[in-house]
Design a protein around this ligand. Structure first.
Ligand SMILES: [Zn+2]
Ligand SMILES: [Zn+2]
Length: 271
């Protein structure tokens, strides 16, 4: 039975397909011969778009400002916004209103939560313990909020859904997906979860393609990292580095998704 024949069972309504079409072009682009994980490529691109949006057009949108006043950004995205030099004033405006919102929400309650000292007239009470934990929970919840993370997670879910759909419905894309060098492990996990929603026959082809590229990537990296370690033996010092020179960084990207901290240049500066 052909792959097309087994894929007809995929049930996505027409309306949903229309909605998902906006995700198809970037997914196709990501699978066009990139050496890195296509999903890391999509993630980086979307993340950069959102960072630019929150330092630009969003500043003039009252509805978005209401959200960022409340949420601020997570530590990772604050760091990335900080590195961007495109709109320092915009960043200042967002920070100012977010600080005010956070302050209004938390400071008075925190001052009131300080327990009075137990004395002769006032006995000991443990009520304050739960009040302190409640405020700590509120702070932790707000610190973790981030509209960029939220949008990014949402976009990645759509990309995974569209990838599985295109694999089942588009011959060209299926070939590209099968020939993809590797998906990093966090994105492999995301695609496996997506595959769990497919019919058994659809999942069979999709997961076989995913698993075989993953197996090749594991073996290549294991070999390259081993060669890297063997190069430290003086008997191998004259041997060429081959593909092993950046084997550590490639392994880190494979294990943890592509992050700038695993940049080869950074490794050189620190060594
Ligand atoms: Zn990835
Ligand atoms: Zn974030």
């Amino acid at each position: 039975m052909s792959v097309q024949a087994v894929c007809f069972t995929l049930r996505i309504s027409d309306r949903r397909i229309q909605m998902e079409k906006i995700y198809m072009i970037p997914v196709n682009d990501a699978y066009n011969g990139t050496e890195e994980c296509p999903f890391c490529f999509l993630k980086n691109k979307s993340e950069n778009d959102y960072l630019e949006y929150y330092l630009g057009p969003s500043l003039m949108e009252p509805d978005t400002r209401k959200i960022t006043n409340k949420t601020g950004f997570c530590p990772e995205h604050m760091g990335k916004l900080n590195k961007s030099v495109t709109n320092r004033l915009g960043l200042g405006l967002v920070m100012h209103t977010h600080l005010k919102d956070f302050h209004d929400d938390i400071s008075k309650d925190m001052i009131a939560a300080a327990p009075s000292k137990a004395g002769i007239l006032k006995g000991r009470s443990s009520d304050y313990r739960s009040r302190l934990n409640d405020i700590a929970d509120r702070i932790d919840k707000r610190v973790a909020m981030c509209p960029i993370c939220e949008k990014l997670n949402d976009a990645m879910k759509h990309y995974a859904e569209v990838t599985a759909w295109m694999y089942c419905h588009n011959d060209d894309f299926r070939k590209k997906f099968t020939e993809t060098k590797y998906h990093c492990l966090p994105h492999t996990s995301m695609l496996l979860r997506e595959a769990s929603k497919l019919s058994q026959n659809e999942a069979s082809d999709f997961v076989s393609a995913l698993a075989s590229s993953s197996d090749l990537a594991f073996n290549e990296l294991i070999g390259d990292v081993e060669y890297f370690t063997l190069k430290f033996d003086y008997r191998n010092s004259d041997k060429p580095w081959g593909n092993s020179k950046n084997a550590i960084q490639r392994s880190m990207r494979f294990l943890s998704s592509d992050r700038r901290d695993f940049d080869e240049q950074l490794g050189k500066k620190q060594s």
